[in-house]
Design a protein around this ligand. Structure first.
Ligand code: CAA
Length: 261
């Protein structure tokens, strides 16, 4: 197979144009050390450019998607250091990837692990998944979107509860509050995420990228500007061959042949 194994992650590009990326630092419950984030970022950038990849799934282990930033790596850092290097800034690189990314979460998704999942476009959770922002319990606060993306995802009251107590919520609670799109048996989490990713990967890549970009603007822009952004991207689909093919195929009662153009 084409499985590639790096120090902290492994990944493969499947026949169905889905890239499956597995965080692979089991002894530390996939704690997100600098090395892991660097490998993840460079892998995602490479997969983003690979025409054989239509969508990406990120998963961890049965026990942990990721138990957060690496506390041991952080513990002796000082303010001047964290400020001058803008610590954690490169974590956001994931959000610049144009291809859809699905998080398949089993076990712990805590702190930076929950934040990483929330940077993905869709979260599929196994019933064993546990989400939380426990930073408060170690004397700090979330630093990679836990106060912002979580609040937008589940609302202020529930987000406050999680961020201020450090308590965890299970997969069904996460689904009830809109954090995850689906809950399945833990043995099915990756399969389900790959199934969704394969469906997306079978569609037109540029159109999928525009759809992702438009949905993301709902979090970045006021409604009026978001609607304008959507409208312009909708108009832009008319500059593609795939838009023409999709509508023509519908009218001719046949399946569209996407060219990614
Ligand atoms: N950083 C570094 N090492 C970690 C880690 C982390 N976030 N989480 C787990 N580990 C290590 C443990 O130290 C332990 O290593 P040793 O075997 O060398 O002792 C190993 O992984 C296994 O962990 P446990 O023995 O603790 O496993 P457990 O089943 O008893 O508990 C757990 C699991 C509840 C997830 C517990 O490990 C835990 O509380 N982890 C820390 C969670 C946390 O606070 N995350 C937030 C980090 S801060 C952050 O993420 C900031 C941000 O916004 C980016």
């Amino acid at each position: 197979s084409n499985l590639k194994t790096l120090e902290y992650i492994k990944y493969e590009v499947q026949e169905n144009q889905v890239a499956l990326v597995t965080l692979n630092r089991p002894k530390a419950l996939n704690a997100l050390c600098d090395g892991l984030i660097n490998e993840l970022n460079s892998t995602l950038e490479q997969l983003n450019k690979d025409p054989k990849v239509g969508a990406i799934v990120i998963t961890g282990s049965e026990k942990a998607f990721a138990a957060g930033a690496d506390i041991k790596e952080m513990k002796d850092k000082t303010f001047p250091y964290t400020y001058s290097v803008n610590m954690l800034a490169s974590w956001d690189n994931l959000t610049t990837i144009k291809k859809p990314i699905i998080a398949a979460v089993n076990g712990y998704a805590l702190g930076g692990g929950c934040e990483l999942a929330m940077m993905c476009d869709i979260i599929v959770a196994g019933t064993s998944a546990k989400f939380g922002q426990p930073e408060i319990l170690i004397g700090t606060i979330p630093g990679c979107g836990g106060t912002q993306r979580l609040t937008r995802a589940i609302g202020k009251s529930k987000a406050m509860e999680l961020v201020l107590t450090g308590d965890q919520i299970d997969a069904h609670t996460a689904e009830k509050h809109g954090l995850v799109s689906k809950v399945v048996e833990p043995t099915e989490t990756v399969n389900e995420a790959v199934k969704i990713a394969a469906k997306i990967a079978s569609l037109s890549q540029p159109i999928v990228a525009m759809a992702k970009e438009a949905v993301n603007q709902a979090h970045n822009l006021p409604l009026k500007d978001g609607l304008q952004y959507e409208k312009r991207l909708f108009h832009s689909t008319f500059a593609t061959q795939d838009r023409k093919e999709g509508m023509t195929a519908f009218a001719e009662k046949r399946k569209p042949q996407w060219k990614n153009e």
